[in-house]
Structures are given as C-alpha cells and as structure tokens.
Design a binder for this molecule. Structure first.
Ligand SMILES: [Zn+2]
Length: 151
C-alpha cells in the first residue's frame, strides 16, 4: 500500500524525490524581484519596493552554502510534532545562504548530520524529509544535507 505523503506546511515545498526533484517554494515580487521564504502572498515586504508588483511562486535554488548552524538539545514546543514520552534526540539546525535569491533559509539538517559535519561556506542541498510517519501516512518537511564530496 502506498503511504500518503502530506507536507507539514502546505505550499512551502514541492516534489518528493531527493536532489533535483525537491524544491522549496518562495514567492518573488514582480516589481522589485525580491524573493520571500517563507512565502509571502499578501504584499511585498521590501521597504524599497516601488510597489504594484505581483507575488508569483518560484522554486528556490536546490543548493546553497552554510551561513550558520547550531543544534537543538531541547524539545521545541508545538506545532513541532514529537512524542513527549520518547527521549529527546538532539537535531541540527542550519541557516543556508541562497546566492541567487540573496537570502538565508532555515531548516533542519538531515538525520545523522551533526554540527561536527558542517562548516560555514559548505555546500548543502535541500532534500525531502519525513517529520513523522506511521503505517499509512508520512508528514513531510525539508532537510538540508552536505552535498556529496563537500565534507
Ligand atoms: Zn517588491
């Protein structure tokens, strides 16, 4: 039986395969070309925007460079989904600079990637992640992991 895969947040990413098939989705202002992630659909947040633009959905670059990183040693509050009875597993958070979009995107590192595996400036790629799953369904998110050979 095929499991259903449901994005944990609707409209923030597309695709289900690792690598080129999976992309974060932002929006770009047609007046000033500013890109927003998380997506901004109401109005352009660039204070220098001439205005009048429309916000169109754009896939973000699949790769970027580590801008900063840290690890989370405590359980985050809801809506983060975790079993309160299970021991907390530390995870790694990465801030990734996307050169073309001139922005920094936050995300969790793929399981097994620790701060010791990362360095500022290292190339990373976005991949589909699974936040939680059971027999019938998986809730998906995005993870960053070092590009092969970058370690
Ligand atoms: Zn704008």
């Amino acid at each position: 039986m095929e499991r259903t895969r449901t994005p944990v947040v609707s409209g923030w990413f597309t695709g289900t395969e690792a690598g080129d098939g999976f992309r974060l989705l932002g929006t770009r202002c047609s007046a000033c070309a500013s890109v927003f992630f998380p997506r901004e659909d109401a109005y352009c947040r660039n204070p220098h925007c001439p205005g009048g633009g429309e916000l169109a959905e754009v896939p973000l670059s699949p790769r970027g460079r580590v801008w900063s990183y840290t690890d989370g040693r405590y359980r985050p509050p809801a809506p983060y989904v975790s079993d309160p009875d299970a021991p907390w597993e530390p995870y790694t958070l990465v801030a990734v600079e996307l050169e073309a979009e001139r922005m920094v995107v936050l995300g969790q590192a793929a399981p097994g990637v620790t701060p010791a595996d990362l360095a500022v400036g290292m190339e990373v790629e976005v991949v589909e992640g699974v936040l939680d799953e059971d027999a019938g369904a998986a809730r998906t998110t995005w993870w960053f992991r070092p590009v092969e050979g970058a370690r």
